[in-house]
Design a protein. Structure first.
Length: 726
């Protein structure tokens, strides 16, 4: 496989082809020879992209995913072991080349897709045989096994054997080694409970740990683990309530911290007191919130949990504890009951604490959406508060629930000129969320992006500007220059700038980023920003075609390939615009989001059929992969392997969803033509299906690709299907 061949399309890097490739590799050797498959995987493993190795990794990840479908590959153990080592973040001479830091988040996904039998064997080897002192590596192995080993007998058996071996060691080792062994025992029980729901061995160990009150264990971690897979266990509520109420010492420390904060010029010792105890208090608050959330999560299996949670809310004298309990109610999986609504409504009306009022409104908006009284209360709070943090919190809440609401829009509009700095930025951003075309939003955010003196606030303002005004040059240039110049002075800030840049990057800007950033990768002056550059470049590599990335890397003219999508006229409302056909799904998603009627009722799945499918089974695999990728549930009977099974999935399994699914097929290639195989298959689907084509197709709605009002034509078709009940 040659790199940068302008006559190749490199479908191995197009996400919609992954499922098709895996299905091809999984076909019997009588249909596709072992030699052909071996040659294909060899080409992936040895691919050299000529532009920073980003696509080398993408090709290798695809080869690793293929090991589940092609377990007979000659070097299957070597490939899977490399993925396991990367997932463990293990770098030794025997563990292969190190992984670029931004790619680590992708490896866990690949780990769950590759040959699970080999993965489990490799992880159990780490758990059983690595030195006890290297418990971070072993802890990581427990975590990964808990994610990928669900109901796999070898994983269950391996963990039970390991736990039994630990029982014997605990009797013979010294005190310090025993503490480590107890910690590992807890992790092993947690992992066992995750892969074998309600396994008696795991429940017994965790129950014993919790009841022992042994301070050598992390008791809250044991409680959380047990709650995940046995939420009705009788020990949980009692122990969770012990974690919740602050001690008298903690209340006294908090009171002293508040006293010192009110002093205009605190002494050196007073500042030290704040610095020391703030960290302890924050740690306690995180622990308390975690306990509250666990209590809320187990409520569906343990009705007493809700009663206890409401008792804390109603009876505690500590407002911080009350707010944490109210926030935890958002974790309840079942529909909240009348007692919860009455409790929160009363607090909203009677509380004098602004932070409690805001948290109550925020929680109510999540568990009882659509309550317009909440907007009135939040507007009242925004108009009356003198607290800048409350102004920010309320603006953020209105940004979530106030879209199109006149009172919310006017309140944020009035707040812009009277707020300063960071608060003004949050107000303007949230106004843009609920009223995207408001004339004050973009100029305000541009002004703040240019003039805020706090560098971190400037980065946030630039991101919010780019989010509201897609492609905004000031936002893009601010974040770009933040990484290239002196605004970023440490690695943490560099990573923050990189993260925010990836959130707003548009297709046309990625070429500029690649061309600029690649020159800094080998410059020692920027070594503390290396991971930040890689973060952005990896984002580009996942969202650009290989040839476009290669050309940008080498500063070559953009690629024009005979199969590349061309520009076509597409109408949107009354305005005709030039648009790449490949952008059609995102334009349609935006149009549906703006139409409240369709937004609530329809899930549109847009599928690009840009290849001449001659085999209907491959076509079925491709369509199914696109449906699942765009939010359809997986088929309960397993992946459909032919058109008939796909039609059964389409007609039976998707019928009772909250939003009805509609399928729209289009071809982004210049000729817009569909093969006869494809049209014949689509004509048998029935239901809400349409094709953008000028070719006739029996039993299917067709829409001309040259229609000057194409977007509205699709929306009208969707509304008609909705009115007809699909």
């Amino acid at each position: 496989m040659n790199y940068n061949n302008k006559d190749y399309v490199y479908r191995i890097f197009e996400s919609q082809w992954k499922e098709v490739i895996l299905m091809w590799l999984g076909r019997p050797n009588e249909q596709i020879s072992q030699q052909q498959k071996e040659k294909f995987i060899d080409a992936l493993v040895n691919f050299e992209d000529g532009c920073g190795s980003f696509y080398n990794y993408r090709a290798y990840f695809l080869a690793a995913s293929a090991m589940a479908e092609f377990p007979d590959y000659t070097s299957v153990n070597q490939i899977v072991r490399q993925i396991v080592n990367w997932s463990l973040d293990r770098v030794t001479p025997d563990c292969g080349k190190p992984l670029l830091a931004p790619l680590k988040k992708n490896v866990e996904t690949i780990l769950s897709e590759t040959n699970i039998t080999i993965v489990i064997s490799e992880l159990l080897e780490v758990i059983h045989f690595y030195e006890t002192e290297d418990y971070p590596l072993r802890e990581r192995a427990f975590y990964l096994l808990g994610k990928v080993g669900n109901n796999h007998p070898p994983a269950i058996k391996g963990l039970i054997n390991f736990i039994n071996s630990l029982e014997n060691k605990l009797r013979s080792i010294d005190e310090y080694a025993r503490i480590d062994a107890k910690y590992i025992r807890l992790k092993a029980a947690d992992s066992l409970g995750k892969i074998a729901a309600k396994h008696p061995e795991a429940i017994s160990i965790l129950g014993e740990i919790i009841n022992s009150n042994d301070k050598e264990y992390n008791l809250q971690e044991a409680v959380d683990a047990l709650a995940n897979f046995d939420p009705s266990h009788p020990v949980l509520i009692t122990k969770l309530l012990e974690f919740i109420e602050p001690t008298e010492d903690e209340l006294n420390i908090r009171q002293e911290c508040e006293r010192i904060r009110k002093i205009q010029n605190p002494s050196y010792s007073e500042n030290l007191y704040i610095q020391y105890y703030d960290g302890i208090l924050n740690k306690n608050e995180k622990r308390r919130l975690k306990a509250f959330k666990t209590l809320a999560k187990i409520s569906s299996a343990n009705s007493e949990a809700i009663t206890k949670l409401l008792n804390v809310i109603n009876l505690t004298n500590d407002e911080i504890t009350r707010r944490k309990a109210i926030q935890a109610l958002e974790e309840i999986e079942d529909k909240p009951n009348r007692a919860i609504l009455n409790c929160l409504s009363e607090i909203l009306e009677t509380s004098q604490d602004e932070y409690t009022i805001h948290q109550t409104a925020e929680t109510l908006s999540k568990i009882y959406p659509g309550n317009t009284k909440l907007i009135d209360k939040l507007v009242e709070l925004l108009n009356s508060t003198k607290d800048e943090r409350i102004s920010i919190f309320v603006a953020d809440s209105l940004g979530k629930i106030g879209k199109g609401n006149r009172e919310a829009i006017e309140a944020l509009e009035k707040a812009i000129p009277v707020k300063d700095g960071f608060t003004r930025m949050r107000v303007a951003y949230n106004l843009g969320k609920i009223d995207p075309d408001h004339p004050a939003v973009v100029p305000t955010l541009e002004d703040l992006t240019n003039n805020l003196t706090d560098n971190q606030h400037r980065l946030i303002a630039a991101e919010k500007l780019g989010e509201i005004d897609k492609g905004n040059k000031i936002a893009f240039n601010t974040l770009l220059q933040a990484l290239l110049q002196t605004i970023v002075d440490n690695e943490r800030m560099a990573m923050e700038a990189a993260y925010r840049l990836t959130k707003i990057l548009q297709n046309g800007q990625m070429e500029t980023v690649v061309t600029n950033f690649k020159n800094y990768l080998s410059n020692d002056k920027y070594k503390n920003r290396l991971n930040a550059f890689y973060e952005v470049l990896w984002h580009c590599a996942q969202n650009m075609s290989y040839l476009d990335f290669y050309n940008a890397w080498h500063n070559l003219p953009p690629n024009t390939h005979p199969e590349a999508p061309d520009n076509i006229p597409v109408g949107n409302s009354s305005t005709t615009q030039r648009l790449k056909f490949a952008q059609l799904p995102s334009v349609l998603r935006s149009a549906i989001t703006d139409d409240q009627e369709l937004k609530k009722a329809v899930q549109l799945v847009s599928i690009d059929i840009n290849m001449d499918f001659k085999n209907p089974d491959i076509l079925a695999a491709y369509i199914y992969a696109q449906m699942v990728k765009q939010g359809c549930p997986e088929c309960p009977q397993g992946r459909p392997t032919n058109i008939q099974l796909l039609i059964m999935y389409w007609q039976l399994d998707l019928e009772n969803l909250e939003k009805r699914v509609a399928l729209l097929f289009y071809n982004s290639k210049a000729d817009r033509e569909f093969s006869e195989t494809c049209l014949t298959a689509l004509s048998t689907f029935g239901g809400a299906i349409a094709i953008i084509t000028d070719q006739p197709c029996e039993n299917v709605q067709t829409i001309s690709p040259n229609d000057p009002d194409l977007i509205n034509r699709v929306l009208k078709w969707l509304k008609r299907r909705k009115d007809e009940g699909f």
